[in-house]
Design a protein around this ligand. Sequence first.
Ligand code: HEC
Length: 308
Amino acid sequence: MQPRQRRNLMVVAPCIVAIGIMCVLVAYSPTLYRMFCAATGLAGTTQRVADDLATVSKQTIRVAFDTSVAPGLPWRFDPDQNAVTVHLGEQKLVYFTAENLSDQSIVGHATFNVTPLRTGIYFNKIQCFCFTEERLDAHQKVDMPVVFYVDPAFGKDPDMRDIAQITLGYTFFRSADPKNARDLSRFLATNPPDPAYGRQFFNEQCTACHALDANKYGPKLGGVFGRRAGSAPGYDYSAALKKAGFAWSADSLNRWLADPRKFIPGVKMPVSVPDPIARRDIVAYLQQESEQRANAPKAKAAGRGSGS
Ligand code: HEC
């Protein structure tokens, strides 16, 4: 090979490799998109979630909201706020309002995206509506909560230095598969507490750290209703919770979940449930679970010999 040819090759070869890498990235980007779009709840490893949320950073970022409705869906769909400024690691509750403008009940589903795309890995949704089929009755209007936080690691990534705003965009489409739709009316504050939704929220937002029957990163929560705070056997509580000296009730659980570290300074649960309806349903679920647990031995005794 002539020296000139070799030099040309040294320039061209890295370009080919770079183009190859870009092709792979493009091919995989739908997968990446699905990965962060599908991740609801605190699904990451416990330690990561705990680290992410342990300290709220001083650094802030503006998060803007953008909504649209695809043709063929007679809904209005707007964010209640155009943008919010949040601290990195701060759990933020925002609302979107959807209204069915037609005379029939209609099922839609939402997809969402985060732009610039590369910020997606730092944008975490704890509670949201996404990809599920949602029914709105004729002329019904609901406020839908979304709880998110921006990972504090965002502030340390040099690639994010030039980013002044993250935009969360939602688009509602008319559903092609309305059979298994959930009712958006579950978001209405006028509904009675619903332990079934509470159980779902619990699975999404609590099981990273808690189980009903075993201590994990957090203490076991089966039968927590009426139990003295900081008293699950074998769990290493913070001093603050150990000496709290009350039994868990609907009221204290609600205040705890709204902001544990504000309710009892010095405790080590790093997450909260800013949405009051989710909180209400989680408390209803924990109450129901505790009551069933308390009644179970009696039921067993009563049913002795029945073989069940
Ligand atoms: C990232 C981990 C984490 C998540 C997620 C989490 N918790 Fe906790 N939770 C903890 C830790 C740690 C403690 C112990 C606090 C202490 O000792 O100060 C705790 C304590 C509690 C307690 C007090 C229990 C007792 O024995 O006194 C309750 C109640 C509770 N959590 C409910 C919840 C619920 C409900 C959720 C879901 C909405 C949740 N937690 C999500 C980590 C977590």
